[in-house]
Design a protein. Structure first.
Length: 480
């Protein structure tokens, strides 16, 4: 029989259709009270056949609290093992990533955590990722955005579901409950959880909002501030849904998207109500890969002002080097010329299923093992594309990994006998910059096997003595 807390979560999942067609969900478990409650509540719903999805867990160790972080990891593994669920753990260098990319510790941790969860989900065929954000987190997020400046979309707070990379959905089943309800649930079930002392450090803005600002607001109010902010978020999401419907109806005739830039017809654009224009600007920016976190209300105001001025050549520079300008009557949004892919800044990699299919970022890697005696190599070469290669399986030291380029990469290109620096090889081959930016590396435990989509390594080439062939195919997300 379900507890009241579990019933409440089940009703929220049902009302918001959180899992839809998702058949396998990755639970993000830190070991804190919220994620521990998520873990046990989801398992309870599955045991009662209310939740018909497969469950797998992930724990990201940010390595920020020394031995305490390692104990968090051990705690999560123990809890998940007790429930007989599979778990993947990953360690990330938050401080190093923050330093290299000039980010705050909070931002660096969030970016690495999100990227790692997506990679783990893709590697394990999970179409959904469940996080333990709850109603108090949502209130803190809304206040934080109000301080920074936001629109109706931002006022929506933490959305119950959000689609990220390659149709991976982030879902938040606990948005219907308060923090004190979570603690009460854990105590009723006699469950323990881990405490993170950094959550009390008010030098972090979110902690200041949690421990200082919201309690001060609550002292001056009769009703629950958290509940009022939650209702504000729901109202903003409903209004934003209407705005999106208008934008959806306009987009096909209004926008011309090439990946590198988005061009809008200003005549159609300027005829729309202000909220719709703001949404169309947001879509134009996200279509070229511009993140929204560093954009402020002032940026949107300047873009709208530019749209109303038919002055060719006038432009606006945005965070990250993105540019908006007017050109012969059109409003154009473009990527910076030297913008590196966000993925190339990441240090992570993904283990490839051999044989099998593995997703990494927007890429799909398919590995197939074939018997060489049944294959005609000449026919394969004659009909192949740059996205598929054959390798000698017996020359490979499994497991295989896929990743983006790193400084210092070296390999032995097919047809050569000496190792070369990858950067110099790409320059000598006159590989265009737009191809360089999306190069993937497939490597085994010892060496690079394939610089996709340029060339394989001579050390793994198929010869007359090959007995087993590993066929690798990587689908290009850009279709180029």
């Amino acid at each position: 029989m379900l507890l009241e807390f579990e019933t409440k979560v089940a009703e929220f999942i049902r009302a918001n259709r959180l899992f839809g067609s998702v058949d396998k969900v990755l639970l993000a478990v830190s070991g804190g009270a919220d994620s521990t409650a998520l873990l046990y509540a989801m398992q309870a719903l599955k045991d009662q056949n209310i939740l018909n999805v497969g469950l797998r867990c992930a724990h990201i160790n940010h390595q920020l609290r020394g031995a305490a972080a390692d104990l968090d990891e051990e705690f999560v593994i123990a809890q998940v093992t007790k429930l007989k669920l599979a778990v993947t753990t990953k360690r990330v260098d938050v401080r190093g990533f923050a330093h290299r990319n000039k980010l705050s510790i909070e931002t660096a941790a969030r970016q690495l955590r999100t990227k790692s969860l997506i990679d783990i989900a893709q590697a394990n065929n999970c179409r959904g990722i469940a996080t333990a954000h709850q109603k108090d987190d949502n209130a803190e997020t809304i206040v934080q955005r109000l301080i920074r400046g936001t629109g109706f979309r931002g006022l929506g707070g933490i959305w119950p579901t959000r689609v990220l990379a390659d149709r991976i959905e982030f879902v938040r089943p606990l948005l219907c409950v308060r923090r004190d309800e979570i603690v009460e649930y854990l105590r009723k079930r006699n469950l323990k959880w881990r405490h993170d002392h950094t959550n009390a450090d008010c030098t972090y803005r979110r902690n200041y909002i949690r421990h200082r600002l919201l309690p001060a607001l609550q002292r001056d109010g009769a009703d629950s501030v958290v509940e009022q902010l939650s209702e504000l978020g729901r109202s903003a999401r409903r209004f934003y849904g209407l705005v999106c419907t208008c934008a959806d109806n306009l987009w096909a005739n209004l926008a011309d998207c090439t990946g590198e830039k988005t061009t809008l017809d200003p005549e159609i654009f300027l005829a729309q109500p202000q909220p719709v224009k703001v949404e169309l600007v947001r879509r134009s920016l996200t279509a070229i890969g511009c993140g929204e976190r560093d954009l402020t209300r002032r940026h949107y105001e300047r873009i709208l002002q530019l749209a109303g001025q038919n002055v060719t050549g006038r432009k606006i520079e945005l965070p990250g080097g993105y540019v908006v300008w007017r050109e012969y009557g059109n409003l154009i949004f473009a990527k910076p010329k030297n913008k590196a892919r966000f993925d190339e800044q990441m240090t992570g990699s993904v283990a490839l299923e051999v044989p099998g299919r593995t997703r990494f970022g927007g890429y799909l890697v398919e590995a197939t093992i074939r018997e060489a005696e049944n294959m005609r190599f000449e026919k394969f070469v004659a009909g192949k594309t740059d996205c598929v290669e054959w390798l000698d399986l017996e020359k490979i030291r499994l497991p295989l990994t896929a990743r983006f380029r790193r400084a210092g990469d070296r390999f032995v290109p097919l047809g050569l006998s000496e190792e070369q620096k990858l950067g110099k090889f790409l320059t000598a081959q006159r590989v265009p910059q737009h191809i360089r930016r999306k190069v993937l590396i497939v490597a085994d435990r010892e060496k690079i096997l394939w610089v996709w989509p340029i060339r394989i390594s001579d050390q793994a080439k198929v010869t007359g003595g090959t007995r087993k062939i590993l066929q690798l195919q990587i689908n290009d997300p850009d279709g180029k």
